[in-house]
Write a protein that binds this ligand. Structure first.
Ligand SMILES: Cc1cc2nc3c(=O)[nH]c(=O)nc-3n(C[C@H](O)[C@H](O)[C@H](O)COP(=O)(O)OP(=O)(O)OC[C@H]3O[C@@H](n4cnc5c(N)ncnc54)[C@H](O)[C@@H]3O)c2cc1C
Length: 298
């Protein structure tokens, strides 16, 4: 039987941090609660105080800053709000592909993107698309605000660079280069809600010739203890024509880079094969999307 806790509802970031300072080891933050309440029920976490972050005022959907063209997503924005954002669907399809398949509508209605990142499981669907979009995260604590590249945010399963009491406040995505397409796939054994066997996100930007790779990002989930980028595969593809053959080679290189292991959901060799196949497929989908959207609009 889980023990009881006191639920605290601060209205500002400073109030939340100060409450955390007062109760330190006995306190935990809660946003949507879809991970934290499970941990409490399973006895893995036994806080005396749960500090809610949901009532802190902030954006309720992703927005673009018209001056800088950067995308801002508040940490307390729900997956459902991201899924329903036309802006995200049209300009950042890699993120839309990922969030629309998280859990069920009921889960997405309450679960937040910030909670997904802070929970830091290797299968977190929100992490890979944001890594391929070169996102940074803003973090607020007693020492003030700091910013960290998302790819350096994760330290291991369930571990991040957040220090005690720090709050992830916002995710910032830099402007996209022209002629950019992006795509994400979550691969599982069945369609029902489940943790993925693998998550693969790819972003490709083309030169003006609409053929040569100007920029590429390849992100892999459940392929290592933390979400990872396949840097070797990216180096291979950059500057080359984005052909089926080159995408297949990039896939093979990414498969070599993946630090996959056997688990109850799948064996390592199968996951490695999948990395190769899915990187190639997502690369091809990026190309389709660039062509569908038109060269100048993305
Ligand atoms: C049935 C079900 C299906 C699911 N399916 C998927 C899936 O397909 N893919 C997937 O990726 N996930 C899935 N999840 C996991 C979960 O929904 C996500 O990880 C969710 O985004 C967590 O967000 P939350 O707001 O609920 O976090 P919470 O549970 O409130 O918090 C999670 C952790 O982060 C901390 N925290 C939360 N927000 C902040 C913040 N802003 N700053 C600092 N610390 C913070 C909390 O203290 C806690 O440690 C599923 C969960 C359930 C129950």
């Amino acid at each position: 039987m889980p023990k009881t806790f006191t639920y605290l509802v601060p209205k500002t970031l400073d109030e939340a941090i100060s409450l955390h300072e007062s109760h330190r080891e006995q306190a935990a933050y809660i946003a949507g609660g879809t991970d934290v309440l499970l941990k409490i029920r399973e006895g893995k976490l036994q806080p005396d105080y749960l500090i809610s972050l949901k009532h802190i005022l902030g954006q309720d959907r992703p927005i673009v800053n018209p001056d800088t063209d950067e995308l801002y997503i508040g940490a307390f924005v729900t997956h459902r709000a991201i899924e329903k954002s036309a802006l995200v669907r049209q300009r950042y399809p890699v993120l839309h592909d990922a969030v629309k398949n998280i859990g069920s509508v009921q889960v997405r209605n309450v679960a937040t993107i910030g909670g997904n990142l802070v929970n830091a499981v290797p299968s977190a669907d929100g992490a890979i698309p944001l890594i391929v979009l070169d996102a940074t995260v803003n973090i607020y604590g007693t020492k003030g605000m700091r910013s960290v590249d998302l790819v350096h945010f994760f330290l291991g399963p369930g571990q991040t660079v957040l220090e005690k009491g720090e709050i992830l406040t916002e995710i910032v995505v830099p402007p996209l280069p022209p002629r950019t397409g992006s795509a994400y796939v979550k691969f599982g054994r069945r369609k029902a809600m489940e943790l993925p066997l693998l998550g693969v996100g790819v972003l490709v930007s083309l030169e003006e010739d609409m053929r040569t790779c100007a920029k590429v990002r390849i992100g892999l989930g459940v392929a290592a203890p933390t979400p990872m980028r396949a840097f070797g595969a990216e180096r291979f593809l950059k500057g080359k024509p984005v052909t089926e053959e080159n995408l297949a080679e990039a896939g093979s290189i990414a498969a070599e880079e993946a630090r996959v292991r056997d688990s109850i959901r799948g064996v390592a060799w199968y996951r490695r094969e999948l990395v190769g196949v899915l990187v190639r497929r997502m690369g091809a989908k990026c190309m389709e999307r660039i062509k569908q959207t038109g060269a100048d609009t993305l």
